[in-house]
Design a protein around this ligand. Structure first.
Ligand SMILES: C[S@@+](CC[C@H](N)C(=O)[O-])C[C@H]1O[C@@H](n2cnc3c(N)ncnc32)[C@H](O)[C@@H]1O
Length: 273
């Protein structure tokens, strides 16, 4: 499936990459990249774009960003988020409900590593995509450009979008991303979504309730939720949703930015449908 199936050598083969970045340094690199990519996306000035591109290159390019993100999900730093998804699937007894010999098809969007679900191979078949592939098993593909499924048979039983939506540069594309999640899932399919918790706890334009309402309006029902408490060092928010309802978007409500919180230390994370 998909355009531009370019497979690349694993990033881990690059001996020059150190695995010993501190947790603080890792976060700094990731934040710096997010800031640069955001600025790159906003500006239409070609000179500024070139300067930002040079700055990104001087930091080691997207490879360095992905390397930092991979370290961020290493087991010593809490591991990747797939264990939360698997635990929820177990609670819902999804494996037991599969027909004998059947597997659940899973699309992992933004798959930095090829093996997040390798322990679950007996009941999960994965398709892994990322804007930039680190490994031959990860197809290089922009989810926003992924060709639409020809029929329901080509849709997935589950999609994981862990720390990807916050990477999508514009509020409108984030809305499109949510709609596409619905398009690529079978009816009753599962959506596992992870965001940095401040996207919904500390944004001027988005609250947890509004995010869940938006997901409902693109056809999802909330099954599980876990929102990290920043005061206790938990930085992520996790949701498990199921494609169950109709797409019914209130454009008046969700089509334009609405200030929901006032304050100087808030972020501007926003989604428009
Ligand atoms: C912060 S990393 C998250 C990796 C991993 N899923 C995790 O939870 O730690 C974000 C990844 O999403 C990828 N990504 C961002 N936008 C994407 C898109 N539109 N389609 C596919 N991958 C995307 C980036 O290239 C990057 O590798």
């Amino acid at each position: 499936m998909g355009v531009g199936k370019r497979k690349k050598a694993p990033i881990t083969r690059d001996g020059s990459k150190s695995n010993s970045l501190s947790s603080k340094k890792t976060k700094e690199i990731i934040n710096k990249f997010h800031q640069l990519l955001k600025r790159r996306n906003i500006t239409t000035d070609e000179k500024v774009q070139r300067q930002i591109d040079e700055e990104i290159e001087s930091l080691g390019g997207m490879q360095a960003y992905q390397h930092a993100s991979t370290l961020g999900q290493s087991a010593t730093r809490g591991g990747d988020s797939s264990h939360v998804f698997i635990a929820w699937l177990q609670e819902l007894r999804v494996r037991e409900k599969l027909q004998r010999g059947d597997k659940m098809s899973l699309l992992e969007i933004g798959a930095l590593k090829p093996d997040n679900y390798s322990n679950q191979r007996s009941f999960i078949d994965t398709e892994l995509i990322d804007l930039r592939s680190n490994h031959p098993d990860i197809v290089e593909q922009d989810f926003l450009q992924r060709p639409l499924p020809a029929s329901d048979l080509h849709c997935k039983d589950a999609i994981s979008a862990s720390l990807v939506l916050n990477f999508v540069p514009t509020p409108t594309d984030r809305g499109l991303f949510l709609l596409r999640l619905n398009t690529f899932l079978k009816h009753h399919g599962y959506l596992f979504m992870v965001l940095p918790a401040p996207c919904v706890t500390n944004s001027r334009y988005l609250t947890r309730d509004r995010f869940v309402q938006m997901l409902q309006s693109v056809g999802f029902t909330l099954l599980r939720e876990k929102i990290g408490d920043a005061n206790k060092g938990a930085r992520l928010a996790y949701w498990l949703l199921q494609k169950a309802g109709q797409v019914d978007i209130d454009k008046q409500e969700y089509g334009k930015k609405k200030v929901l919180k006032q304050g100087s230390n808030l972020n501007n994370f926003c989604i428009l449908l």
